[in-house]
Design a protein around this ligand. Structure first.
Ligand SMILES: Cc1cc2nc3c(=O)[nH]c(=O)nc-3n(C[C@H](O)[C@H](O)[C@H](O)COP(=O)(O)OP(=O)(O)OC[C@H]3O[C@@H](n4cnc5c(N)ncnc54)[C@H](O)[C@@H]3O)c2cc1C
Length: 348
């Protein structure tokens, strides 16, 4: 009987575990999660945007990934996805791309949009060159939790932080204690894709603690507003008529070059966000750009890991294999399919 250990019960870990379970009916599949339950990290504390590419005018790679992942996401997790009736993107005159460049990129990928005249929601309409209505959708994190949070015939072992993986033998360890030996280990921790990779073969990484403000706003439930491209902000539907507010400037509120430093701060991430007054900063930034009333309801704090060498606004997703270990650098949610396809191809 083949044995699989997945480290991290986020969206990537759970999705990959479900694929393995489906393909290898008799296999032993275990997920190790350091928190008290599944989907407590970035998987549900993100902006819930099912991207089509409009957010990434400086990265054809990321647009391509979104285009390829969008339909597959809807097909696989359709019951967790909601349409957004009025989803507007405003392109600033003083942003990182001009309106002409923005449209040229979206046209190159044949992304459907409608140019609209409505600038009434913008504080400084004179700084806006272009407003588009787009067809991106949102992911309901509560529905996602119900859909994938508990997988049949997959053992979820919570409260266990894996701190070492031997890629050659497939052994995994927590606090110096060996927890088992597996045919295949998948590192889907998001916080440290380099865990278990031999020195010199890891990803060059940077890490952030991030926050979004969950709010009741003056917007209708199924409306989304984004100002781009550069140090701007957005308001996106979450669930139950609530929206999240995010700010390119204030959402990442602590940065790290070392995963161990991120792990040290992670348990007190919420207190750190409160201490840094991130909630107030994000709300103020959003309201400096958009005419939106917001009553904060909660703060979603999680971590993000990216390539330190990232170019433009790319969000790279990549899998490295060493021995029995697959290590996943997670980009965006819609990239989960190419990731699991690659792993499944190699282990079948
Ligand atoms: C602020 C923000 C906004 C975002 N917005 C979007 C968006 O709108 N659309 C989009 O597509 N993507 C978005 N993303 C990216 C998306 O959230 C991530 O790509 C995705 O959630 C990462 O994979 P995951 O779900 O598996 O991560 P996580 O949910 O973080 O899962 C990793 C799990 O591993 C556990 N873990 C970590 N280390 C260990 C260890 N050593 N041992 C055991 N368990 C461990 C963690 O506790 C966690 O449960 C956003 C990310 C952030 C941070």
């Amino acid at each position: 009987m083949r044995s699989f250990a997945i480290i991290g019960a986020g969206f990537f870990g759970l999705h990959i575990a479900a694929q393995i379970r489906r393909r290898f009916a008799r296999a032993q599949v275990e997920i190790f999660e350091m928190e008290s339950g599944a989907l407590g990290g970035a998987a549900t504390n993100n902006q819930c945007r099912l991207h089509l590419g409009f957010h990434y005018p400086r990265s054809g790679y990321t647009i391509y990934q979104s285009v390829m992942g969008f339909d597959r996401y809807v097909a696989a997790y359709g019951e967790c996805v909601t349409d957004i009736r009025e989803n507007l993107y405003a392109v600033r005159c003083d942003g990182l791309v001009s309106a002409e460049q923005y449209l040229a990129v979206m046209d190159a990928f044949s992304l459907p949009y409608e140019i609209v005249a409505d600038k009434s929601w913008l504080r400084t309409p004179e700084k806006i060159d272009l407003v588009l209505r787009v067809g991106e959708k949102c992911i309901d994190p509560q529905k996602l939790q119900r859909r994938i949070g508990a997988l049949p015939d997959v053992r979820l072992r919570c409260g266990v932080q894996i701190d070492a993986i031997d890629a050659d033998s497939g052994r995994i360890f927590s606090r110096g204690v060996e927890l088992g030996r597996y045919d295949i280990v998948v590192n889907a921790t998001y916080l440290d894709p380099n865990l278990g990779l031999p020195p010199g073969s890891g990803f060059p990484l940077k890490h952030e603690l991030t926050a979004l403000v969950l709010c009741r706003t003056s917007l209708p439930a199924h409306s989304a507003l984004t100002v781009m491209d550069g140090p701007f902000a957005s308001v996106y539907p979450a669930y139950g008529g609530l929206h999240t507010l995010s700010s390119v400037v204030h959402t990442p509120f602590r940065t790290y070059t070392d995963a161990q430093a991120l792990y040290a701060d992670y348990p007190r991430r919420r207190a750190l966000a409160e201490a840094d007054q991130v909630r107030e900063r994000i709300v103020a930034h959003v309201q400096s750009l958009m005419d939106v009333a917001a009553e904060p309801f909660d703060l979603w704090v999680s971590a993000k890991t990216k390539l330190a060498t990232e170019k433009g606004d790319s969000r790279v997703t990549e899998v490295k294999r060493v021995g029995r270990l697959f290590s996943v650098l997670c980009g965006k949610l819609d990239a989960v399919f190419s990731t699991s396809d690659q792993i499944m191809l190699e282990i079948t």
